[in-house]
Write a protein of this length. Structure first.
Length: 97
């Protein structure tokens, strides 16, 4: 839920900045900073890549046909700690896309 709140506020910041409302963008960014304190620490790219490689090895994924299975395993194991758009790119690269 907190991740969703952060995502929504990031979208608002972008919209406010495009609309020239820097005061509102600043307010939204302050809220993001507060909410982020309550979230688990996010994995960096290196940690994400390692988590992807370990998960692929654990489930025995062999190709793109196992992409959904791999992403599902990552989501159940690392919910709230991974940026799944980055993880998706690493999974595609590892499985041969």
């Amino acid at each position: 839920m907190l991740t969703t709140m952060v995502r929504q506020r990031k979208e608002s910041v972008k919209a406010y900045e495009e609309g020239g409302r820097i005061d509102l963008a600043t307010s939204e960014q302050e809220e993001i900073d507060i909410i982020t304190e309550y979230l688990p620490r996010q994995f960096n790219d290196e940690e994400t890549k390692k988590a992807v490689e370990e998960t692929i090895a654990e489930i025995g994924a062999e190709g793109l046909k196992d992409m959904g299975k791999t992403m599902g395993a990552l989501k159940s194991k690392y919910a709230g700690r991974l940026d799944f758009s980055k993880a998706n790119a690493f999974v595609k690269a590892a499985l041969g896309a």
